[in-house]
Design a protein around this ligand. Structure first.
Ligand SMILES: [Ca+2]
Length: 95
């Protein structure tokens, strides 16, 4: 498999690793989402010190309002973070 294919597999595996812990196997409930963000995005969650910010981040991901984060909602988050990283590197390449 190519690097990118492997990467897509990693995204799916990582989602399932956390979503299958409790309740609906294919959705992240709040505690699972928090676990995933803490362990898989340590650099990002280090910036989020207070619970209110964490709550509002998790609420903003839940676009259908069912209090859980499904794969599509998770991918929206991955896309957002990836675009931000790309913009960051774009600006820093010029320096
Ligand atoms: Ca949802």
């Amino acid at each position: 498999m190519s690097d990118l294919e492997t990467c897509l597999g990693t995204i799916i595996d990582t989602f399932h690793k956390y979503s299958s812990k409790e309740g609906d196997k294919y959705k992240l409930k709040k505690s699972e989402l928090k676990d995933l963000l803490t362990h898989e995005f340590p650099t990002l969650t280090e910036q989020v010190k207070d619970q209110a910010t964490m709550d509002s981040l998790m609420e903003s991901l839940d676009t259908d309002g069912d209090s859980e984060c499904d794969f599509q909602e998770f991918m929206t988050f991955i896309t957002m973070v990836t675009i931000c990283c790309h913009e960051f590197f774009e600006h820093h390449e010029d320096e």
